[in-house]
Structures are given as C-alpha cells and as structure tokens.
Design a binder for this molecule. Structure first.
Ligand code: MSP
Length: 677
C-alpha cells in the first residue's frame, strides 16, 4: 500500500453488449470489499468502475436491436449502474468511455504516444476476432480464434501501429524488478512467457467501422477499443484535462494500487497497458491482480451457453449481503469457483442465519431481557478460563483476519472470523446464561454479566472485521449494539476490551431474512421467468452474428434482438414474425427432482422432439399432460435449469397474483409443427 495514505482500486470496465450478471458482480464486490476495508484502515480511497462502450461488437449489437450504439450503450450502462447502486457498492466514480472527459483524455494520450514516436502508420492484412477485439495469428479466412474459438474475419486496412516490439525488454525488466506487478504467480509466469515469445507491433486504430474515438487529426480512423478502454483508468482521474482540480486528482490517486481483473484479460492489462504507459512516460500501476472465473455447473457463465445467473434474483430473495458473503467465502480468490443456488442457501443458513445471526440475536436479546438493554459490567471476580480463551481467540482472529485479507485470501479471512463466531456460540451453550439468569444471588448475576459481556464484545469484533464484506447487516448489528455508525470505525485500533460499558442497545431484531427449502426453487423460478421475459438483443448478442452463422441462428438472434426496453413499446408485424411459435404434443412429462415447480417435458414438433423444462408442476399433474397439444416458442435460445437443457418455452397465461400458469391450446385439431402467425 501507499505511504501517502491513498489507495486507488479499479474494476475492469464492463462491455455493454451483455447485461450485468453475477460474474461481473463478483469482481465489483471484491473491489468494493477491499475499498471499504481500506477506508476503515484510514486510507484516502478511490474506487473506480464503469462501462466499455465502443467497438464493433457493440455497434453490431445496437444494429441488431434497431437503435444507435449510443442509445444501446445508455441503456445497458444504466443497468450496470442501477444494479451497483442497488447492491450499495461504494464506488467513487463510474466512467463511461462515451463521456467527453474520456474522449478528450484518450485523444491526449494518443497524441502523446505519437509525439513520443511510438505510433506510426502502416497496413495490416489478416484475421480479426470481433468477439475478443483482437488481431490473431491464424491465416485461413474464417479460421477459429485461438483465444475463444469463434470464427475470425478477414481484415485489410491501413492502420496506426504502436511499437510494442520496442517494449519487450522494458516489460521483462518490469516483471523481474516488481514481482508483485502481476498477481498471482501463475498469471505472472504466463505473462512472462508470452512476452519472452516475442512481441509484434500492435495495430491501434480501425477504419472498418466508426463506433469509436476518432484518431486526432485523422478522423476516418477510430482508436482500437482496448487502448480506448485501458485509458479509462487515467482519464477518469482527469488525464488530458486542463482543469486544476482534475490535475490534482490525477496527482493524488495515480498510479493505481490495484487493477482488479478476471484472468481472461491478463494480457491486455499486464502487457499492453504497461507498454502504453511506459511509452507515454506515465507511472505504472502498482499491481494487477487477476481472479478466476465464477462457473455455473462447471462452465463459465455465458449467454451462448444460456447459463447466466442474474444478480437480481439473489437480491430479491436473500439480499446483497448474502451474495457478497457467498462470493467472498466460497470462491478461493485466484481460482475458479462454482456457483449454485443450493450452495448459496446452504452458506446462508449455516454461516449467516445460524452463525452470525444467531450469535447476534441471542446475545442482544438476553442483554435486553436480563440487563434492561445495557451492556453489563464484566465482574473480574466472576471470570473463568473460558472467558479468557474467548478474549485471546478474538485478538488472534483480528491479526489473522488482517493478514489473510492483505494477501487477498478473503475466504481464509472469513473462515477465521467464523471460527470466532462458532467458538462464541459454543461458549454461550456451554455457559448457559439462561440457566444462570434463573438464580437470584449476586455471584450468579456477576457471572451472567460476564458471559453476556464476553459474547457482546466478541460479536462487536467479528462485526467490525466483516463489515467490508457484509456492510448492510453488520451496520444493523452495530446499531443494535448501540455503537452508532459503523462506517466511522477505525479498524486499525480494533482490539479486545473496547466495548463501552453501560452502552444502551438499539432495537434488537433479526438481521438476516428467513430461508427454507422453497428459497432455492423460488430463485430458479425467478431465473426462468426473468430469462423468458428479457429476451433482448443484449441477451442474445453474446456471440456477434458472423458470416458463418446459419440463417436460423441469425433469425433467432434478431428475433431476440427486438428489445422491449430500447425504443418503442409496440412491435411491428415483422418483429412478431421473428418469434417462431409452433404447435407441439407432449409425449413425456415428469417431475424434476428437487424442484417443486418444474416439469421436464418432451414435446413432439412433428419434425423433432424438444426437451422443455417448464415451471408448471404446481398447476398440472404430469400424467394429465401426456398427449396434450401445446404452443411452444421454438427459436428461444436453449438454457439450463437444474442441470437440464430447456430447448424452448411453453406458452401459458399467467393468472392472478401468484401467476398460476394456464396452458394455451386449440379447440380444433391442429397438425404438429404448425406455425402460429
Ligand atoms: N471491456 C473489457 C474490459 C476492459 S478493462 C479496461 C471486458 N469486459 S467484460 O464485460 O467482458 O468484463 C470482463 C470482466 O468481468 C472479467 O475480467 C471479470 O472481471 C468479470 N467477469 C465476467 N464474467 C465473469 C465470470 N463468469 N466470473 C468471474 N468474473 C467474470 O473484458
């Protein structure tokens, strides 16, 4: 960390062609947790996030959605921002690459690189991956991209080039002299071997599309989207601005202390970004920290796989703190980790509701009941070794928690914190304060005071330590402890024995919502409803339409592309025609194990049989459905529910507040596969 007392942390800026999901939330939550803790450790902290809005991928998504790239970007960027606000993420600034401050700063950086002789004009002919926004070393037209496997496109253009080849030696020196520049070690080794393999000059402008920042003085070129995006880390602080306030901000916070990224964008951040900065003679960030992927059922979440989990579903059921706790506790930072609703609910129940929630509610309600809501005096004479053991464990927990946290070992830090929670819960059970309270003598009263004081003090310590991870619930526990605003707490001084005696408790109430078996099903149901309700272009555009895509796929993409959110509230006949509604007959219907609401159906469409997972089990017994003719949306992107692929959607009316499904059907006989228009 910086001895000037400042701390600057950034997330990647997220592409606006995909709506926010829990993968994006993961990075942002990790940064938010670090930023919150740094503030509590006395650092003047600046936390930046934002959206990456230029490039061909976004231009194409906008075209598919029938709106301008700016309209498209406005909509998705604001979704990111709204979600981050709903999650109360404590970012200090949100940068959009379409903002004038960024465009101005980016152009100033380009000019500076040109003036310093690192940018020259040349021409390029070869294969380009639009998805990764990357020139690739394959020769065959349409050959798959070595990074992502998607088909590449042939590009021939006059470009500006950046002299990346000149940076090989300086970069290798940088990695050797600053072992912490790229973290963790595995990523560092990857980067070093990539650079050792040789660097070729990098094309940093495009003429094949226009959605980007014009090259200053040569407006038919737009700046390469990765150079444009990376520059956000300095333009957001005011690089390129003449305003003295911006200059002061840049001086204050740059260089960044941590650029937090996912492992797939290591090369851009650890090779290109320092190369640009070295060439421009701008100080380098202190460290680039790469985390692993959040997997859903062993796969990286992506729209094309249809396995995206939306953050909103979890916020609506178990709340932001539960999601934050799960992400920080369950995923070993740096490695890939799996998300599942079952694991989320399990963590919630064991650690939050039964662990911290239980400790808090029983300690505070006993103080309310037996001591009129005032923290009691822990009589010295009434102490036994078990009380001292808790005090010692608490002090040890403080130092271990800090040490793990500083090393980005969030999961271990939380494990340590919950070791204290478990020990105090056991201490309460072993010491039976409720039984001690039955006795009226003075010694028992003193003993009761000591037990409850010890429990409350341990609760205070664990609450303070984990506040950056679960800010909302810990703020409430803090208030209930009668300690006021937790944000004002200085974490550097945290130690056993600081709980002010006779503090009056606040109103004691449960801090975690209730969860039972139905919570998992409710979340899965919500996911299904959300996914069918939001078949927008943004959802469908994970893979940009490419010349090799077949017509059916294109139709599906553009059908889904008619976003209800972007543009008018009515659709044209052509729009409606894009939805492939067909008559099918249910051949097989059975309950999905462990999901009350779901049925697995096999539906015959005349030419093929589809598996569809439908949330209709509460309204229809499976045996009653066999042979029934139904209407299905046949060109909906497949998605997984409870591990089963659902290849379409069954059409039903939704009745009443509970949304009871009633299947659409026909009075006349209709042949299988008939299209509805
Ligand atoms: N726009 C670029 C980044 C430019 S930064 C100068 C980009 N955007 S992105 O929208 O694709 O976001 C990538 C980042 O989102 C990842 O690096 C990671 O931080 C986060 N994640 C997206 N999906 C994720 C998972 N499934 N798991 C974990 N993180 C994920 O790349």
């Amino acid at each position: 960390m910086d001895n000037s007392g400042k701390f600057y942390i950034t997330t990647p800026i997220y592409y606006v062609n995909a709506r926010p999901h829990i993968g994006h939330a993961y990075t942002t939550v990790v940064c938010d947790t670090i930023a919150r803790r740094q503030r509590m450790m006395g650092y003047d902290t600046w936390f930046l996030t934002g959206t990456d809005e230029h490039g061909q991928k976004i231009e194409r998504s906008a075209t598919a959605a029938g709106c301008t790239p700016k309209e498209f970007a406005d909509k998705v960027s604001s979704e990111f921002r709204q979600l981050w606000d709903r999650m109360k993420l404590s970012y200090n600034d949100f940068i959009r690459t379409t903002e004038p401050r960024h465009i101005k700063g980016m152009q100033a950086l380009f000019k500076r690189l040109q003036d310093r002789g690192y940018i020259y004009k040349g021409s390029y002919s070869g294969q380009y991956c639009v998805y990764d926004e990357l020139y690739v070393d394959v020769t065959e037209p349409g050959a798959p991209c070595p990074e992502c496997g998607r088909p590449t496109e042939t590009i021939r253009e006059e470009n500006y080039f950046f002299k990346l080849s000149a940076m090989e030696e300086p970069l290798l020196r940088l990695y050797t002299e600053n072992p912490d520049f790229v973290r963790p070690e595995t990523r560092r080794n990857e980067v070093i071997s990539f650079v050792r393999g040789g660097l070729r000059d990098l094309s940093v402008s495009r003429t094949t599309f226009t959605w980007g920042i014009p090259v200053p003085g040569d407006e038919k070129h737009v700046i390469y989207v990765w150079l444009d995006a990376l520059a956000n880390y300095i333009t957001a602080l005011g690089f390129g601005s003449d305003d003295p306030k911006d200059k002061a901000k840049l001086d204050r916070y740059w260089p960044a202390d941590v650029h937090m990224i996912g492992k797939e964008i290591v090369r851009f951040h650890c090779v290109y970004w320092p190369a640009f900065l070295l060439a421009a003679d701008i100080p380098l960030p202190k460290s680039i920290v790469a985390h692993g992927w959040l997997l859903f059922e062993e796969n990286k979440m992506s729209k094309s796989r249809g396995n995206i989990v939306r953050t909103e579903t979890i916020l609506d059921t178990l709340g932001a703190d539960t999601l934050r706790y799960f992400l920080m506790r369950e995923i070993v930072f740096g490695s890939d980790g799996s998300f599942s609703f079952d694991a989320l609910v399990q963590r919630f129940n064991s650690d939050l509701a039964n662990g911290l929630g239980n400790l808090s509610s029983r300690t505070l309600s006993m103080i309310t009941r037996y001591f009129d809501g005032e923290i009691p005096y822990p009589s010295l004479g009434a102490r036994i070794p078990a009380d001292h053991e808790i005090a010692e464990l608490a002090n040890k927990t403080i130092s271990e928690f800090h040490a793990h946290f500083e090393q980005f070992q969030f999961s271990r830090a939380l494990e340590t914190g919950w070791g204290l929670v478990a020990a105090v819960n056991k201490y309460i059970v072993d010491n039976e304060p409720w039984a001690v309270a039955e006795k009226d003598d003075q010694d028992s009263r003193a003993r009761l005071a000591t037990i409850l004081h010890t429990s409350a003090e341990a609760l205070r310590i664990v609450t303070a330590l984990v506040h950056p991870v679960i800010p909302e619930s810990t703020a409430r526990i803090w208030e209930q402890l009668g300690l006021g605003d937790i944000v004002k707490l200085d974490l550097r001084n945290l130690a056993w024995g600081q709980l002010p005696l006779h503090t009056k408790l606040g109103k004691v109430e449960a801090v975690f919502p209730r969860a039972d078996k139905s919570t998992v099903e409710r979340m899965q149901q919500m996911e299904q409803e959300r996914s069918t309700a939001s078949t927008t272009a943004i959802e469908a555009e994970s893979t940009p339409p490419s010349p090799t895509q077949d017509t059916a796929q294109k139709a599906a993409v553009s059908a889904a592309a008619t976003s209800p959110g972007v543009g008018a509230s009515t659709i044209t006949v052509d729009d409606f025609a894009k939805v492939d509604l067909r008559v099918g007959q249910i051949k097989v219907a059975e309950k999905v194990k462990g999901a009350d609401k779901l049925l697995r159906l096999e539906v015959d469409l005349g030419t093929e049989t589809r598996q569809i997972v439908a949330g209709i089990a509460k309204a229809y017994a499976p045996e009653k459905l066999i042979g029934r003719k139904v209407v299905i949306v046949a060109n909906l992107a497949p998605r997984k529910l409870r591990g089963l692929e659902s290849q379409g959607m069954i059409v039903a009316a939704s009745i009443g507040d509970d949304g009871v499904p009633v299947l659409a059907g026909f009075l006349e006989d209709v042949p299988l596969g008939a299209r509805l228009k």
